[in-house]
Design a protein around this ligand. Structure first.
Ligand code: NAD
Length: 260
């Protein structure tokens, strides 16, 4: 396989479920973890074609992958995706909760209960249940990792109309701290990654050109992030060798846009 990043020996042979892995950051993670010799559970829902194409690409490069379809707005479906991945590989060593989104930009002034449910189901409820489902499998392996994807929006109140989304990610940042304390008894390290503004279908969907240009002026590094900018942080947190004493942390990957 083409190694774009140096080999991390302790990741070799590990089975990892990556949610929302057909596009954006998740797709880059699927490639990167497969490159490291991990068996990858590639979770997707609506992007069938992209998921199948990526699965073929990974297999053609010699990687191990299984495709798992589930709607991330359904917590029970996401718990099912965990079981399916563990069954396909006979083990599960890591869970990367990456599926998520704003659903829509809506000001707090216009908030509805339907919007609350949609945002929290996708970004919070399903993450909790996927982690719960992963726990017995990770315990069985004698340890493992959980990496949640939060956001810069979890700390700064979010951009216009994304407030509830940011709050759902803040919830997950704190869930990560609590899980880290609880799960470390089983040698399971829980951490989170908080991307800043990364060029993926996410912003094509939710952000106007004017919003992007205004945001660009607030990034000290003078550019938006790429999916490749995110990969190393996830690999680092997944590797017990590289981050053995890091739990409950959120690593900000944002070009200096926010330095908490
Ligand atoms: P993306 O839209 O390409 O990826 C989101 C993934 O989640 C997609 O694969 C999508 O299919 C999946 N998803 C969304 N709703 C789903 C559903 N109901 N069922 C199943 N899957 C569903 O965008 P991305 O930027 O790669 O986002 C990845 C993660 O990073 C998300 O959690 C997002 O909130 C977070 N994030 C992104 C940015 C950014 O600037 N791109 C910034 C901060 C946080």
């Amino acid at each position: 396989m083409t190694q774009t990043i140096a080999s991390i020996p302790d990741l070799q042979g590990k089975a990892v479920l990556i949610t929302g892995a057909s596009t954006g950051i998740g797709a880059a993670l699927a490639r990167a973890f497969a490159d490291q010799g991990c068996s990858v559970g590639l979770h997707y829902n609506s992007s069938v074609e992209a998921a199948e194409k990526l699965g073929e690409e990974i297999r053609a490069a010699g990687g191990k992958v299984t495709l798992v379809r589930a709607d991330a707005t359904s917590a029970s479906a996401m718990a099912g995706a965990v079981e399916e991945t563990a069954a396909a590989f006979g083990r599960l060593d890591g869970l990367i909760n990456n599926a998520g989104g704003m659903v829509a930009r809506l000001d707090y002034a216009d908030m509805t209960e339907e919007h609350y449910d949609a945002v929290m189901d996708l970004n919070a409820r399903s993450v909790l249940l996927a982690c719960k489902a992963a726990l017995p499998h990770l315990k069985r392996q004698g340890g493992g990792f959980i990496i949640n994807t939060t956001s810069i929006a979890a700390r700064n109140g979010a951009s216009g109309g994304a407030g509830l989304y940011g709050s759902s990610k803040a919830f997950i940042s704190n869930v990560t701290r609590g899980m880290a304390k609880e799960f470390i008894a089983h040698n399971i390290r829980a951490n989170a990654v908080a991307p800043g503004i990364v060029l993926t279908p996410f912003h094509e969907r939710y952000s106007s050109e004017a919003q992007m240009q205004a945001a660009l002026r607030t990034i000290p590094q003078g550019r938006f992030g790429t999916v490749e900018d995110c990969i190393g942080t996830y690999l680092f947190l997944a590797s017990e060798r590289l981050s053995p004493y890091i739990i409950g942390q959120t690593i900000e990957v944002n070009g200096g846009q926010l330095m908490p």
